[in-house]
Design a protein around this ligand. Structure first.
Ligand code: GCW
Length: 869
């Protein structure tokens, strides 16, 4: 039926086109043809409502199974579903099962109150099932929140049990059963017990109360607008559903740079409404608070954590919150960091600060996630012993054992700040008597934001699997430490900084959804492989075609390395504008300031010396077995070399290549890889629905252009600094490139670009002619043939310029510069954008002319053109 609709819609669309074309000159009245058009239009709307893939359904599309998978599922899934548990969570599990199976097998299960004498899916806690069916004699020991998918054969009748020790487990069990069905697996002979790896599996949404989102690239907040909870919280429950499908059990709903107002009494009903939207999905609400609140909100004259008035204020405040929201999960606290106030104001410790809040939460079962991201951002950059990387360990290791049991230190996965390559934070291996959680950033702040495809799961796994050697000869990977397994801590787990907003596709582009999915799956089971996670996500999101699976996996699994290659390899970190938009290239932005993201590249060498012997001593924060590997150049892995050591450019890596040549090569490899992604993606035409196919293609094409911008900028910078040539002769030599400033300019004026590496040759041309246009012309002097033309122009957010390209008298392309790039205000690598014009027949002497017509405050600027085969 659905297929038929699609075919019909297709036929209609052809008619519609004809009709439009034919009717233009005629002004025809309402004919039979027109009526048919409108009927088709109605059907089209209906069809698209059913099938338009906006990405909104994410991995919970429950698309119809096909072929053998459908036949099998229809034979294995019984007609009845019984829910023995009366919690709202079980009701969600039940409703989701019915919904999902209806979508996948086209049948609506009958809901019945008692276990029938025919086959059924039975949802219930172990106790409930045992009570209903004592003869089944069910024996199992299920961990909290865990589930058991179990096939039971009573004589002649087949049951599928979704059993759990508690209602949340029922929700997760239902999600697991649906996932199996969607993956085309058999559900006939199940006996699968699964429980979460760690108790804390949260997301932190950095949403401001005004509706903006710090580092959010998927639209505005689903929670907040104008200092209140949104009127319509549908998206919050939909988000809850997505999170529940992954086993996420907590969400902090406001920015860790917390507006103190969150604790003011008038916000309570607002938080309560959000909590109510999440509750049926087992997602407990948490809030981020400001440590100065006793003063700013409470009217006290102090927020000293050791002052009794302050302790009393925290207690009264949380008593009131818990009266309204009894299941509040707890609180996230960023203190003494990046301008937030903290215990240092009164000379108190982080333990004093954490405990005063934790004690107010304790009677209500609440927990405190205290952020380990504490560092001095006014450090003296000239002191070579200073090191921001040391900060988390220096601040928290001495306090090990001083934190209450309901406090968890929330530690970013690396010691700096979500850079493209960092070692695992040494703090993970240094807390034996303190709960800890790993903080992973799902939102792609330093990873190309919503414009670049980077699948972060392999990077997270690198950190989670890293053995900290924290307990003698027993392996102590980070995942075991944070889950509390190594030192037998009562609490611990995972926190992911979320990437969602009001955009239809949640995350600003289709492929970034995979990062939320992957985060959730790893938080449940960090032993899943990246390949497994990629395969699941792709199948659930795009369907069962093996070519789609292979292609997307091949892009995703290499994408972190690719991004690292064209941004900052060898542990250089993301060489972006760290004091600006964290997006475009700015190699020196990290230097000569107090932020401490230094790579210390100069004319002689590059890298931060973090050794014990001659550097900052950071390496000494690791346990000896790890420190030994990092301290020595002989054993230090190449990928982290420049994060841990300062070396001359001619230093040879383990591979035998020099550092400088590796920098050049990796940038070329990275850019070429994205170009390859575009080609790979094009092979999926017709295998992925048209809308998402096109969106992803456009995004990858943009990324390919941007990767070249990165390649050239970083390589130019290092070439100029090191004075060492690229042995392959590429850096500084760009075949077919004609700088805009070298073209014949009419109206365009030459501009110097800052930083110089952000434009080819350090210059661009801009057009000041408001209302008019400017042009840049060059004469083609190559051999006759087919060429592609690349126009590198600047797409700022301040207006929409129009570009036209002519060969001789023929207009061959035109477009608007209307992308919304991140804070693309200036002419630099952020606004630098590539237009690709393939298939141009050029003859010697042809005149190529680019005409730019400025729009708004944008100046139709150009960097260069490239004429390539
Ligand atoms: O990476 C930095 C981000 C800030 C963020 C901070 C943090 C919420 O640039 O936007 O603030 O980290 O994690 O606290």
């Amino acid at each position: 039926m659905l297929k038929d609709l699609r075919v019909y819609a297709h036929a209609c669309s052809a008619v519609t086109h004809d009709r439009v074309a034919a009717s233009k000159p005629q002004h025809a009245g309402r004919s039979a043809g027109a009526a048919r058009v409108s009927a088709c239009a109605t059907l089209l709307v209906l069809t698209f409502a059913l099938h338009a893939e906006t990405g909104h359904d994410a991995w919970l599309r429950y698309a119809p199974l096909e072929g053998a998978a459908l036949v099998r599922a229809q034979s294995e899934i019984p007609a009845v579903i019984v829910n023995l548990d009366n919690s709202p969570l079980a009701a969600s599990a039940n409703a989701e099962s019915v919904r999902g199976l209806r979508g996948m097998i086209g049948r609506t299960l009958r809901e019945e109150a008692a276990i029938p004498r025919e086959g059924a899916i039975v949802i219930g806690t172990l106790d409930e099932i045992r009570q209903a069916m004592p003869q089944w004699n069910l024996q199992a020991d299920l961990a909290p929140e865990g589930y058991w998918l179990k096939s039971m054969d009573s004589p002649g009748v087949h049951y599928t049990l979704i059993a759990a020790s508690d209602p949340r487990g029922l929700l997760y069990g239902a999600a697991a059963l649906l996932r199996k069905a969607a993956m085309g697996e058999s559900v006939a002979a199940l006996d699968e017990k699964s429980s979460p790896y760690a108790p804390v599996r949260w997301v932190n949404d950095w949403d401001n109360l005004d509706g903006s989102i710090e580092r959010g690239y998927g639209g505005r907040s689903i929670f907040w607008d104008k200092l209140k909870a949104r009127e319509d919280l549908t998206r919050v429950s939909e988000y809850g559903r997505l999170l529940a499908s992954l086993g996420i059990n907590g969400c902090s709903i406001n920015n860790v740079n917390a507006n103190p107002r969150i604790l003011s009494p008038e916000m309570l009903p607002e938080i309560a409404r959000i909590a109510a939207a999440f509750r049926p999905w087992g997602v407990r609400t948490a809030i981020a608070i400001d440590f100065g609140s006793p003063k700013t909100i409470g009217g006290l004259d102090t927020f000293d954590p050791l002052d009794e008035k302050v302790a009393a204020w925290w207690k009264t405040t949380f008593d009131a919150i818990y009266a309204a929201i009894p299941d509040l999960a707890g609180v996230v606290l960023k203190a003494d960091s990046e301008g937030r106030v903290g215990p240092s104001t009164y000379g108190r410790t982080h333990a004093d600060a954490a405990n005063v809040v934790a004690r107010a939460l304790k009677p209500h079962g609440g927990i405190l996630l205290y952020r380990g991201f504490v560092y001095d951002h006014h450090m003296d950059w000239q002191n070579l012993k200073n090191d921001r990387g040391r900060a988390a360990w220096d601040n928290f290791q001495p306090l090990d054992g001083k934190f209450d049991d309901n406090v968890i230190i929330q530690i970013k996965h690396g010691p700096i700040d979500f850079q493209v390559r960092e070692p695992a934070s040494p703090l993970f291996g240094a807390l034996e008597h303190t709960n800890q959680a790993i903080e992973l950033q799902i939102t792609q702040e330093y990873f190309g934001q919503a414009h670049h495809t980077v699948f972060l799961v392999p990077m997270w796994k690198t950190a989670l699997d890293f053995d900290m050697h924290a307990a003698g000869s027993t392996p102590t990977p980070v995942k075991a430490l944070i889950a509390g397994k190594t030192f037998h801590r009562p609490l611990g787990g995972f926190v992911g900084v979320s990437n969602i907003g009001l955009d239809d596709d949640w995350s600003g582009n289709q492929l970034s959804q995979a990062n939320l999915y992957g985060y959730g799956r790893l938080a449940w089971n960090p032993d899943l492989t990246s390949r497994q996670i990629a395969a699941e996500w792709t199948r659930l999101t795009f369907g069962a075609d093996p070519k789609v699976d292979e292609t997307i996996a091949s892009i995703q699994l290499s994408s972190w390395r690719t991004y690292e290659n064209y941004t900052g390899p060898l542990g250089l970190q993301t060489l972006t504008d760290i004091v600006g938009n964290h997006y475009g290239v700015n190699v020196e932005a990290s230097e000569r300031n107090g932020w401490g993201q230094w790579h210390r590249a100069d004319e002689k060498g590059v890298g931060m010396d973090r050794t014990v012997a001659t550097g900052t001593g950071y390496i000494g924060q690791y346990r000896p077995a790890v420190a030994k590997v990092y301290e020595s150049l002989q054993t230090c892995p190449d990928d982290l070399l420049l994060f841990l050591h300062h070396v001359p450019y001619a230093y040879r890596l383990h591979s035998g290549k020099t550092v400088i040549q590796y920098i050049y090569d990796s940038h070329y490899e990275g850019a070429a890889a994205v170009e390859q992604y575009v080609q790979q993606w094009k092979t999926l035409r017709g295998l992925v629905d048209e809308r998402r196919y096109k969106e992803i293609l456009a995004q990858l094409e943009y990324q390919a252009g941007q990767a070249e911008v990165w390649r050239d900028a970083v390589n130019t910078w290092f070439h100029r600094e090191s004075h060492i040539d690229d042995t392959a002769g590429r850096v500084g030599h760009y075949p077919g490139r004609v700088e805009a400033e070298a073209m014949t300019l009419d109206g365009y004026a030459v501009r110097d670009i800052t930083p110089f590496e952000d434009a080819s040759g350090g210059q661009a041309v801009a057009c000041a002619a408001r209302g008019g246009s400017c042009s840049a012309t060059t004469k083609f002097s190559g051999a006759p043939g087919w060429y592609s033309l690349r126009v590198q122009y600047f797409d700022q957010t301040s207006g929409v310029s129009h570009y036209r390209v002519w060969v001789g008298k023929q207009l061959i392309d035109e477009w608007d510069a209307d992308m919304q790039l991140p804070r693309a205000i200036r002419l630099d690598s952020t606004s630098s954008t590539r237009r690709l014009i393939p298939g141009i027949a050029l003859r010697p002497g042809d005149e190529i002319r680019i005409e730019g017509r400025p729009g708004g405050n944008e100046q139709a600027a150009l960097d260069y053109i490239e004429i390539v085969k």
